[in-house]
Design a protein around this ligand. Structure first.
Ligand code: SF4
Ligand code: SF4
Length: 433
């Protein structure tokens, strides 16, 4: 694609990067067929190619983002399905990240939208406040649910009926390996996940330590920055990223780390990109690149270990049909496709692929709150596809997908690690009782 940036514009390394991405696009349009918003809306401006044109126009003019451009960029899920399809290697992720930051700095959103975005970006990364907000939402839900709609309804719907208690596992500490120590890793305990499903980190710690891996939850590491990064709030994201880098570097420099483990694939995709995001900051570039190199999804790491030691159980465990829902961040963002399914199969489950598995479930960070109609359509389509498999269990690797899908079906949705933990001697996931 031909571009028209001035030399002054290209002096900005972020614009220079955007230009090099734009030039790779050959307008072939292959990406449109696999873009969830194009599939739903059929509008070229809600396809990757259309958005690329909008971004190009906005950046070349160097002007403030318009309401129209913002609308189509906001509808993008950042699912990165287009990157899997693109034959020309267009890095849509870096392009849309830059465009979102431009929108955030140049476009004044309506007051309520600004309020909601600020509220979400404050609450969700802070487990204490997020828990409090969910408790309030859950108490008021029966009273207000018939009087609200749209984004407020989506926000209230997020609150589960019973919020699990906070887990001690998520406090900074070290979990010793059981038996001979074979490795040492840091676990990102995360933010929203610790509130919504603390059982995931508990299962991860049990699973790893049972297989000889020491696990550290590093001091000072909170949210990885992914949530606000996808909202275009780059300064806030950088603060969170730098705090995480500092926390993990302290561990690397003391007792060393073989890997930094994520069990929420949305976070994993962002941490693997720290090196790129901080590449122009001389004080942080090297450390950020090191952290990205060490980042691994839990299934990626487990697949590199010796085969999991299955428990000798006589109860009803495995041999259950599992529909594996691949989160976009794992299949498109991290290109991890085989490991979760192979691990589950190795653990005795009968794993089935979901039809139209490349399409997003509509979760996408805060997307299900900010774009509730589209998110609901995608969720219903995903659930319909899953239900054709008649599974006993739905397994996935991202808390956002877990909440989104479970809000549309009675089939229990669990994290992969909860099944693997169960199969190797851990407790049966509560949701399966
Ligand atoms: S990231 Fe997903 S929603 Fe956005 S343009 Fe690409 S395929 Fe479409
Ligand atoms: S598939 Fe790639 S090259 Fe083709 S239009 Fe989409 S982004 Fe551009």
């Amino acid at each position: 694609m031909q571009t028209n940036f001035s030399l002054v514009q290209l002096a900005d390394p972020n614009v220079e990067e955007a230009e090099s991405i734009l030039r790779k696009c050959v307008h072939c349009g292959f990406c449109t067929a696999t873009c969830p918003t194009y599939v739903l809306l059929g509008d070229e401006l809600d396809s990757p190619r259309g958005r690329i044109y909008l971004i190009k126009g906005m950046l070349e003019k160097g002007e403030a983002a318009t309401a129209e451009v913002t609308k189509h960029l906001d509808r993008c899920l950042s699912c990165l399905s287009c990157m899997t399809t693109c034959p020309s290697g267009v890095n849509y992720m870096h392009l849309v990240d830059h465009a979102r930051n431009h929108v955030e700095h140049t476009y004044k959103r309506p007051l309520f939208e600004r309020f909601l975005r600020n509220l979400l970006s404050y609450l969700i990364p802070r487990p204490f406040w997020f828990r409090g907000a969910l408790n309030i939402a859950s108490l008021t839900k029966p009273l207000v649910k018939n009087f609200v709609s749209g984004r407020i309804k989506a926000l209230i719907d997020l609150a589960p009926k019973d919020l699990p208690a906070a887990s001690v596992v998520d406090q900074p500490q070290t979990f010793k390996a059981i038996g001979a120590k074979k490795g040492r890793v840091a676990l990102l305990s995360g933010c929203a996940q610790t509130v919504l499903a603390p059982s995931i980190n508990e299962a991860t710690v049990r699973l790893l330590t049972r297989h000889g891996i020491e696990v550290v939850v590093a001091k000072g590491v909170g949210c990885c920055g992914s949530l606000v990064h996808h909202m275009g709030k780059e300064e806030m994201a950088e603060q969170q990223m730098k705090a995480a880098i500092q926390g993990w570097m302290a561990e690397i420099e003391s007792e060393g780390l073989d890997a930094i483990i994520t069990n929420a694939s949305g976070c994993g995709t962002t941490i693997k990109d720290y090196g790129f995001m901080l590449r122009n900051d001389p004080n942080w570039a090297e450390r950020a690149a090191k952290i990205s190199d060490l980042a691994k999804d839990i299934t990626e790491y487990l697949a590199e270990l010796e085969p999991l030691a299955l428990a000798d159980k006589e109860d009803d465990q495995p041999a259950k049909i599992v529909a594996y829902h691949a989160p976009c961040s794992i299949q498109h963002g991290q290109k991890i496709t085989k490991q979760p399914k192979e691990l589950l199969t190795g653990a005795g489950f009968v794993v089935r692929d979901v039809p139209e598995g490349h399409l997003c479930c509509g979760s996408a960070g805060t997307y299900n709150i900010m774009q509730p109609e589209l998110a609901e359509k995608l969720r219903d389509r995903k659930v319909k596809n899953i239900e054709t498999l008649a599974p006993d269990i739905i397994a996935t690797g991202n808390i956002g997908c877990q909440c989104q899908i479970s809000s549309g079906t009675d089939i229990p949705v669990v994290h992969n690690v909860e099944l693997l933990d169960w199969a190797t001697g851990g407790p049966k996931p509560e949701v399966l009782d």
